[in-house]
Write a protein that binds this ligand. Structure first.
Ligand code: TXA
Ligand code: MG
Length: 348
């Protein structure tokens, strides 16, 4: 499969993210933010964990054939070993080697959505270790659309396991400096590919014979999947721990600051008695004496733009020193479904 890669590899010079210049002594505590794909590939071959850009969020990547590097991902993220990792690769040919079954429905979705933010859960071949899949017979796979990620995958020639590059349960990173703020020098390199265009994670689907089931809503909307696969079903989040799928943890994407989501910001503000409130709003602002920081996701009311801005806005609100963040629920359609899912899980 041919990919159109328009990204020009910049000169292999290294640079520090602008955010670091605010913290003189922090430089020593920082990972190296780089645009050098060769350097990053070298580190991966040597068994390092590095952060990589994708079109959804940044990932913490390691080669799938290096078990100690895969272990490091779980350690750095403080993620339970029972929560499996998504494998990233650069061609359908490579996906075929990693699975033992690639049903016609999966092929159809692959042809329409890859490279892109759709992850498919399929039976793993013996090229994928059970450490990556947390013991499951299935592996979650996607071909990302980010040109830097694709160039890196092509260079490394080994698929990369990569969960989102945030400590377990916290807000996902959509810029190299978000990753650096989380992990500092725990990572040798953060490969900078600029801000993530989609801004929320991939949509995850699985297959039950001929049925397609959505395990996680994400950057491919439910409506666009339905156009391709009319019978697609949304898996209900199960509130009992025993039967919940890995990754369907309810509390997730959470800020350190208390966070609530509401359909009526005005009513919520009138009900509460906080001195410093942060607002996460869709398209219009609201005046209120206790509001100290406001983030507007899309002034034009465009939900794709809102998704792309969501996590950066949550990071800024979290660092703004407010006592509570109140988020406005978006309309329940298109990208609004996935955004509301993240807002609700941040608020639990
Ligand atoms: O957009 C994304 O998907 C990003 C970028 C980096 O690709 N990755 C990401 O990874 O969001 P992570 O680990 O934060 O979320 C992946 C979810 C987890 O909840 C995990 O439990 C689930 O996918 N998952 C991974 N492998 C699975 C498997 N074999 N079966 C079922 N669920 C799986
Ligand atoms: Mg994650």
């Amino acid at each position: 499969m041919q990919f159109c890669i328009s990204w020009q590899t910049p000169k292999p010079e290294l640079f520090l993210a602008p955010a670091l210049f605010n913290y003189t002594n922090k430089e020593l505590l920082s990972s190296m933010i780089t645009r050098d794909i060769q350097l990053t590939a070298q580190a991966l071959w040597e068994g390092e964990v590095v952060a990589i850009p994708t079109e959804t969020v940044y990932g913490l990547a390691a080669c799938i054939n290096n078990e100690s590097a895969i272990h490091k991902i779980f350690e750095i993220k403080n993620r339970p070993l029972t929560n499996p990792l998504i494998v990233h690769t650069d061609s359908i040919g490579s996906v075929e080697k990693l699975v033992t079954w690639f049903p016609p429905m999966a092929r159809k979705l692959a042809e329409h959505c890859w490279p892109g933010p759709l992850t498919m859960v399929l039976p793993r071949s013996n090229r994928v270790s059970s450490l990556v899949t947390s013991g499951s017979a299935n592996v979650a796979i996607r071909i990302p659309k980010h040109p830097v990620a694709l160039q890196l995958l092509k260079k490394v020639e080994i698929p990369l396991a990569a969960p989102s590059a945030n400590p377990f349960g916290s807000v996902s990173p959509t810029s190299a400096s978000h990753v650096n703020n989380y992990f500092g020098k725990q990572l040798k390199y953060v490969l900078d590919g600029g801000p993530c265009e989609e801004g929320i994670e991939s949509t995850i689907v699985g297959f039950d014979n001929t049925n397609v089931i959505v395990y996680r809503l994400g950057s491919v909307s439910f409506e666009s999947l339905k156009e391709l696969v009319p019978d697609v079903k949304l898996k209900n989040y199960d509130h009992s721990n025993q039967t919940r799928m890995p990754g369907m943890h309810l509390k997730h994407y959470a800020t350190g600051t208390p966070f609530i989501v509401t359909d009526s910001i005005k009513q919520q503000l009138d009900l509460m008695n906080y001195a410093k409130v942060g607002l996460l709003l869709f398209s219009h602002t609201i005046d209120h004496p206790s509001v100290k920081h406001v983030e507007i996701l899309s002034r034009n009311g465009n939900m794709k733009e809102a998704a792309s801005n969501l996590y950066a806005a949550m990071h800024r609100l979290d660092q703004s020193g407010v006592d509570i963040i109140i988020a406005e629920a978006l309309p329940e359609n298109g990208p609004g479904l996935a955004i509301n899912d993240r807002l609700r899980r941040a608020s639990l």
